[in-house]
Structure formats: structure tokens, C-alpha cells
Ligand binder design. Structure first.
Ligand code: SF4
Ligand code: SF4
Length: 77
């Protein structure tokens, strides 16, 4: 029972680039970015079922750790 294919793109997090600053968390309108990202950035990832592909989080990140990919291509690690 999931209908998550409405959006053509989703945000993905590159945990190798993420410094866990947390800047992206508040900007996300759908709470797709885990609030504990700052502590556990190596363990968590953006919730693909919540992300609507708006792209708001991308310019917020000064470390280029987030990008949008096509929903069918979610590999960015
Ligand atoms: S803004 Fe970038 S570096 Fe900071 S927590 Fe988000 S993804 Fe990681
Ligand atoms: S693209 Fe939009 S919905 Fe998805 S994680 Fe970034 S801010 Fe949240």
C-alpha cells in the first residue's frame, strides 16, 4: 500500500560529504530529513517515502551532500 511514485525526483544524501550540520532539516517541508541527522548522519538517509522532490534542501547544503535524482535511480553514495 504505497503510492510514492508521484514525483519524478527524490533527494538523496551522500553520507561521505554530509558533515551533520543539520542545516537542511528545518527547510524540508515534508520532514523527510531525519531530525537526528546531525548525530547519526552516517546511519540515516532521506526518507524517500516523504520526499516530494522540491529541491529546497539542495542550496541549503554548503557541502553539496544532497542532490535530486530520478526516482528510479536513487543511488548516490
Ligand atoms: S546541510 Fe548538508 S552537510 Fe548539513 S546536515 Fe544537511 S546534508 Fe549534511
Ligand atoms: S527535496 Fe524537498 S522534500 Fe525532499 S528532502 Fe529536500 S527539502 Fe525535503
Amino acid at each position: 500500500m504505497s503510492d510514492t511514485s508521484i514525483n519524478s525526483h527524490v533527494a538523496v544524501l551522500n553520507i561521505k560529504k554530509c558533515l551533520g550540520c543539520g542545516e537542511c532539516i528545518d527547510i524540508c517541508p515534508t520532514d523527510a530529513i531525519p531530525p537526528l541527522l546531525g548525530l547519526y548522519s552516517a546511519l540515516l538517509e532521506i526518507d524517500k517515502t516523504k520526499c516530494n522532490g522540491c529541491g529546497e534542501c539542495i542550496p541549503i547544503c554548503n557541502h553539496n551532500a544532497i542532490k535530486l535524482v530520478e526516482s528510479s535511480n536513487r543511488n548516490f553514495k
